[in-house]
Each structure stands twice: as structure tokens, then as C-alpha cells.
Design a protein around this ligand. Structure first.
Ligand code: ADP
Ligand code: TYD
Length: 209
């Protein structure tokens, strides 16, 4: 087992900003360097949390009240943390997570009223940890939405909230980066995947050093 301390990295940003693409590229890079990597995502990342994922991402936009939705995302995160993230970090692995608690701060905290304080309270009670490094991929909302809709999947509950939500989420994420300057690095996502990946490698190398 590796004696290196684990590192917990999250990717954040609006839908279609390139998080999944970049998370995969980073995992490949670190594995090629001989590191043990767990690539995971939210909502999901453990069997129970993947079941909750289907509940929150499919169906009508008003399927859940804002408060119920916060509880569902937090329940999924607790299961993911207990069963996937915490054991991997304890074993010295690098955990790369496609979205984490910042997404709840934004989507549930800002999109349907101001519920940010409630999101933070529940986070403190039930989750109680942040990633060591968060890579925020900043992206023009129209381009992001077009990329996300082109995927044409069934998990579109949030994408159907449309361009206005994407704009508000982008502004919210940038404000969050100002709020947590030690943890969040903002990366310009309006470039080729290779150019974005190069900036990400630089940020991660300094976090691993
Ligand atoms: P997210 O996980 O943030 O929703 P994805 O990584 O799934 O974003 O990317 C959304 C779509 O955009 C995918 O079809 C992907 O292939 C494409 N894509 C990702 N990064 C770029 C990029 N830098 N330039 C152009 N297209 C990209
Ligand atoms: P994701 O699969 O990352 O979608 P995308 O690849 O399009 O970015 O996440 C699905 C949706 O879930 C996304 O629209 C944001 C939403 N979400 C929340 O509302 N709250 C959360 O806590 C998380 C993790 C995701």
C-alpha cells in the first residue's frame, strides 16, 4: 500500500464545461505516473448513491421540493464519502471527484431561493470535509449548455432549467472561488481540451508537491 498521503481533488463548473473529460484526462496522467487513482462522480460514486442519482436527475423539474432535494444530494454524498472516498484517501490514493459539495452550494443553495445557509449547515453536520483542491472549469454558459444538450441523455432534470440557470451558476461558482481562494483554482474552459488539461496538471502538481 502507498505510504503517500491521499489527495482529494474535485472538479466543478456548469453543465457541459468539460469536467468529466478533464477528470478522465487527469486520472490517466496520474496513473501513468504510477499513482493509485479513484475516479468518481456525484451524485453517485457508490451503489447506494448511484440509486439516489436516478431519483434526482431523472423526471420532472418540480419532482422534489428544494428542501427534499438538499437532503437527497446530501444523503448520496454521505454514502459516497463513507464507502468510496474516505477508504481511498485512507489508503493513500488520489481521489478525483466529478462534482462535490460546491455543486450543492450552487444548484440547491442558489437556484430555487437562497438556501445556501441551510446547505452549509447540513454539510457541516453530515459531511464535514472539503476537497484538498477544487478545479473550477469556467465556461461561457451558452457553449456549456449546447455541449450538455448535445449529449442527449435522460439525466436532464437540471439542464431543462435552461440558459438562465447556467448563467447564474457560472456567476455563483466564480463568487465561490473568491470565497475559498486557498482551495479553488479557476481554469479557463473556453479552450481546447489539451490546453485546459495542461493548466490542470500544473495546479495538481503543486498540490501534490
Ligand atoms: P461536463 O462533465 O462538465 O458536463 P463533459 O466533459 O461531459 O462536460 O463535456 C461536454 C461535451 O463537450 C462532451 O461532448 C465533450 O466531448 C465536449 N468537450 C469537452 N471539453 C471540450 C473542449 N475543451 N472543447 C470542445 N469540446 C469539449
Ligand atoms: P453531472 O452528471 O455532473 O452533469 P454535467 O456533466 O451535465 O455537469 O451532474 C448532473 C446534474 O446534477 C448537474 O446539472 C448538476 C446537478 N447537481 C446538483 O444539483 N447538486 C449536486 O450536489 C450535484 C453533485 C449535482
Amino acid at each position: 500500500m502507498s505510504k503517500r498521503a491521499g489527495l482529494f481533488i474535485s472538479f466543478e463548473g456548469i453543465d457541459g464545461s468539460g469536467k468529466s473529460t478533464q477528470a478522465r484526462l487527469l486520472a490517466d496522467t496520474l496513473r501513468a505516473q504510477g499513482r493509485e487513482v479513484v475516479l468518481t462522480r456525484e451524485p453517485g460514486g457508490s451503489p447506494g448513491a448511484e440509486q439516489i442519482r436516478a431519483l434526482v436527475l431523472e423526471g420532472e423539474p418540480d419532482r422534489w421540493s428544494p428542501h427534499t432535494e438538499i437532503l437527497l444530494f446530501t444523503a448520496a454524498r454521505r454514502d459516497h464519502l463513507e464507502r468510496t472516498i474516505a477508504p481511498a484517501l485512507a489508503a493513500g490514493k488520489v481521489v478525483i471527484c466529478d462534482r462535490f459539495a460546491d455543486s450543492t452550494r450552487m444548484y440547491q443553495g442558489l437556484s430555487r431561493g437562497d438556501l445556501r445557509a441551510l446547505v452549509d449547515q447540513l454539510h457541516d453536520l453530515m459531511i464535514g470535509r472539503e476537497p484538498d483542491l477544487t478545479l473550477l472549469i469556467d465556461m461561457d454558459p451558452e457553449t456549456g449548455l449546447a455541449r450538455a444538450l448535445a449529449r442527449n441523455g435522460t439525466e436532464e432534470r437540471f439542464e431543462t432549467f435552461g440558459a438562465d440557470l447556467q448563467r447564474r451558476m457560472r456567476a455563483g461558482f466564480l463568487a465561490l472561488a473568491d470565497e475559498f481562494p486557498d482551495r479553488i483554482r479557476t481554469i479557463d474552459g473556453n479552450r481546447t481540451a489539451d490546453a485546459v488539461a495542461a493548466d490542470i496538471r500544473t495546479a495538481v502538481e503543486s498540490a501534490l508537491a
